[in-house]
Design a protein around this ligand. Structure first.
Ligand code: PLP
Length: 385
């Protein structure tokens, strides 16, 4: 085992004990989960409507401070819907990160739009406002209608999807400013950042729309689930409408006024989510303690921990360290996983996947550098019960 592997493993074991297997992130069910699931089954409303869906949406509005929250079946469908609502159409372009989970890029493709990959900042792992501003200044012009047009392709850049990586907030205020200057809508992929704040405001309220995921591996889970938030009255109402088959309200008639989607979150999933959201503050506080534990010890041992920016408060969904180089990274992954400590590298960059390798890329030197040296280490909630 290499020196860094030994040092980091020892600190992880100090935090998570000597179990045979330490998972990367397991869900925590310490509240009313079973109670609400039973209530939901007893009510017979387990499917596409029910009180828990309404409660879940109210809770998301409260947590984020957003005017509208729409429950959907997963984070990917939330992204697909948010991009449609942002006005993205076939053959448009959408700016995004190549350093992200594939769902971000897939959602752009579902519409027949093309991602354009811009670099991330090394410290936030999120889309770089500076790099985006440079790219737009050098490679785009405004057409008569005020659209931002890509000089190379002649296509309209309609939207931008920045992603708050591992729950760390990116420089979202600066990024939104750059996009506004170029008439580009912003959809925040906040799938990983429930409970993360920038200047006291919840991630997701800076752009035109944002999405969250409640998949089993996220900070709070509904089994599978997602949410869309927006402050825009029209977009908020439309989001609910098109994710529920675009049915015109009527006691018994079936009339659908446009193509809609069956993207509803089932009530039984919402029941689980409501119980989870009741514990969100506790979960995030606990995860932040783990991050602080790691950060202090890593600082003293020369390990490069990725910490939140000063004006932000991260949920520290997955704690992240940077190793010295790719060889160290590989030996770390091998050593830890072999000794029962689950760790993992970051995703393969989107521009290297077969479906997206022909898409336009700006300089991606930070993403390329990070891809080789990032690892996630165990970050689960620690229960004293
Ligand atoms: C989890 C995740 C999603 C998608 O969420 P699902 O609920 O799994 O569909 C989207 N983007 C990012 C960055 C994610 O981590």
């Amino acid at each position: 085992m290499g020196n860094q592997t030994e040092i980091i493993s020892k600190i992880i074991r100090e935090r998570y004990g000597n179990a045979d297997f330490i998972p990367l992130h397991s869900p925590y069910f310490g509240g009313n989960e079973k109670k609400y699931l039973n209530e939901c089954i007893d009510s017979t409303f387990v499917s596409s409507v029910g009180a828990f869906v309404d409660q879940f949406e109210a809770e998301i509005r409260k947590i984020t401070g957003s005017k509208f929250a729409i429950a959907v079946v997963n984070g990917t469908s939330a992204l697909h819907t948010a991009l449609i609502l942002a006005g993205v159409k076939r053959d448009d372009e959408v700016i995004s990160q190549s350093l992200t989970f594939v769902a971000t890029t897939n959602a752009i493709s579902y519409i027949g739009a093309n991602p354009v990959f811009i670099d991330v900042d090394k410290d936030t792992l999120g889309l770089s406002p500076e790099k985006l501003a440079d790219f737009l200044a050098q490679n785009t012009h405004q057409d008569d209608a005020g659209n931002c047009v890509n000089n190379k392709t002649g296509r309209v850049i309609r939207a931008c999807v920045p992603m708050h990586t591992f729950g760390l907030a990116l420089r979202i205020e600066e990024l939104v400013k750059v996009c506004r200057n170029h008439n580009i809508k912003v959809v925040e992929d906040a799938a990983e950042s429930l409970g993360t704040y920038v200047d006291g405001k919840h991630t997701g309220v800076f752009g035109d729309l944002a999405v969250f995921s409640f998949n089993g591996n996220k900070v709070a889970t509904s089994g599978g689930g997602g949410a869309i938030i927006t402050n825009d009255d029209n977009l908020g109402k439309l989001a609910k409408h098109i994710t529920t088959t675009a049915k015109t309200p009527h006691p018994y008639e079936f009339f659908h006024d446009q193509v809609g989607y069956n993207y509803r979150m089932p009530n039984i999933n919402a029941a689980l989510a409501v119980a989870q959201l009741e514990q969100l503050d506790e979960i995030v506080a606990n995860k932040r303690e783990t991050a602080q534990f790691y950060h202090e010890r890593f600082l003293n041992n020369g390990v490069n921990f990725v910490a939140e920016l000063e004006n932000t408060k991260s949920n520290y969904w997955l704690n992240t360290v940077l190793l010295d180089n790719e060889t160290e990274r590989d030996s770390f992954l091998h050593g830890t996983n072999q000794s029962g400590i689950m760790t993992r590298p970051i995703w393969t960059l989107m521009n290297k996947l077969p479906a997206f390798e022909m898409m336009q890329c700006d300089d991606l030197s930070n993403s390329e550098w990070l891809e080789k040296i990032i690892v996630n280490i165990p970050s689960s909630f620690i229960s004293n019960k």
